[in-house]
Design a protein around this ligand. Sequence first.
Ligand code: ADE
Length: 225
Amino acid sequence: MRFDILTIFPGMFDSYCNESMVKRAKAKGIIEIAIHDIRKFSAERHGKVDAIPYGGGPGMVMTPQPLYDAIMHAKTLNKGPVIYMSPRGKLLTHKKAQKLAKGGVSRKGKNKQAPGLILVCGRYEGIDQRVIDLCIDEELSIGKYVLTGGELAALVVLDAVSRFVPEFIGKHESTVEESYSEALGGKKEYPHYTRPPVFMDLEVPEVLQSGHHAKIKEWRKKKLT
Ligand code: ADE
């Protein structure tokens, strides 16, 4: 699955995209990530990408030209939907992440359907509405709070969606039985314990140490919330 991310702070993605699971998935070709610097598309001097809002008010708004051109460029590389990260968007859920991972958008030169996503990160007060009207397929929020920009939100989408890309998760893990999954009826998962059996006077529940699979299953079911 291919992710094209548009931002004026490309450096913000360096560490996250080069560590742990994402690093491994990139190396194996399971996911592909391209970060595009919106400033590089600006036709103005010094790569200017913002201006004061029409109608007045505080802050700056991202101008349409650099964003429009950056999105058009990304669309030549990625056939997936263009998603604008915004607190005004629809809330991201487990189900939505799963759906985005399926994508169903085929890419040339590959047999299997490899979906993609273009994630647009805004800064300042937001982006010019005309870019949304012209190019954005969907606005997505990661929660009912306002971040200083869409970059962290895009990383959240990248992470949550990648987990559902086949082979992203290792052999010993699974997205089948986890919080919010269908298998757990959309509920939150049971608690986990590991060694040692006693820590700070707190014991691992006896049933989990019993090896009695049916009883463990029942205990875990009861612990779903
Ligand atoms: N940009 C700023 N706040 C955001 C949020 N809550 N979700 C997605 N993008 C954002």
